[in-house]
Ligand binder design. Structure first.
Ligand code: GLN
Length: 314
């Protein structure tokens, strides 16, 4: 094993950030959510966190961004804690779709009309409907509390601009949710469920938060400092399996081949990675490829995986 001092790792990461940043020129920010379209493209940040909680950061690691689809991992974990796998997987499947994240196509023609997995929008909205609580405030509060706890950061909160922006323009998500209601896949009020979904997507973090959360998931759901078991190990295992098979939507296969680590992307350009028993990595690069995944972020993770042998498919 090569022991590298933190400052050497930092210098290495900084160099890779500089090498990967130019890829951002080939990508676009997520213009379909107006608040995200205003974000500069030339940003690339990274943080890594080992299972003892040691963090190394490079590039624009302080840049704050919304979780977007990365939040789907946390609502899945909470729904599993609330109901167990039988109820959750009665609501959503376990299969990759090969389709874009917001696709409605297979939802209509497959029988039963059940979202194929919890990492696509339809699946995440269906999972959101399962979160326990007496009203939408309580349900969202429980999601925010889990995110804060897993990130060891009590200050994580909603970006109101991003939330309102998506609430106003989220017509595709609205159509997915109304379709789910029509086929009896949502119990609650459709607009209430969507409100929770838009809010969870607008929770704002930095690379350090993602790296820490990734490390806790890599650690089987145990907090790094206190050892408190926040989420059951088997649910963290399931989350990592979904991250590998569905975390990059119709780009998941290529990411598994080229990088090979459990990771979940969001259209803000964030990527949460969780390498079992080793570390968490948080990356942000707002310029996206045509599948909605961070271009320079993917390049950076590929470099890190190659040089540090991070792939789980050794
Ligand atoms: N809030 C976004 C949406 O529903 C999340 C999608 C994503 O990050 N891929 O469209």
């Amino acid at each position: 094993m090569v022991v590298v001092k933190a400052n050497e790792i930092q210098a290495q990461l900084q160099q890779w950030v500089e090498e990967c940043l130019p890829w951002a020129e080939k990508g676009e920010t997520a213009g379909y959510i107006p608040a995200l379209d205003k974000v500069p493209r030339d940003i690339l940040g990274v943080a890594i966190c080992d299972l003892e909680g040691n963090v190394v950061e490079a590039g624009d690691s302080d840049f704050e961004f919304s979780l977007q689809s990365i939040s789907k991992v946390f609502t899945l974990l909470l729904a599993l804690e609330d109901h167990g796998p039988e109820v959750v997987f009665n609501r959503v499947g376990m299969e990759p779709t090969g389709d874009p994240f917001n696709s409605i196509a297979k939802l209509e023609y497959l029988r039963p009309n059940k979202p194929l997995n919890p990492m696509i929008n339809a699946g995440a909205i269906a999972v959101c409907d399962l979160i326990k609580g007496n009203n939408i405030e309580e349900k969202f509060d429980r999601i925010r509390n889990l995110v804060r706890k897993l990130a060891n950061n009590p200050h994580i909160d909603l970006d109101q601009k991003v939330y309102f922006s998506e609430k106003q323009t989220g017509h595709r998500n609205r159509s997915l949710a109304y379709f789910l209601k029509d086929v009896d896949r949502l119990d609650g009020d459709v607009e209430d469920t969507l409100d929770i979904y838009f809010k969870q997507c607008a929770l704002t973090v930095c690379c350090r938060d993602l790296a820490y959360m990734g490390a806790v998931i890599a650690n089987g759901g145990k907090l790094l400092e206190t050892g408190e078991q926040v989420v059951r190990p088997e649910y963290c295992r399931m989350a990592k399996a979904f991250m590998v098979t569905c975390g990059f939507y119709n780009g998941s296969g290529q990411f598994a081949v080229e990088v090979g680590i459990p990771a979940k992307s969001g259209v803000s350009g964030g990527i949460l990675s969780s390498i079992p028993g080793r570390m968490g990595i948080g990356v942000v690069g707002p310029a996206l490829d045509d599948k909605g995944n961070s271009l320079s972020g993917e390049m950076l993770l590929a470099k890190m995986a190659r040089h540090w042998n991070l792939s789980i498919f050794v």
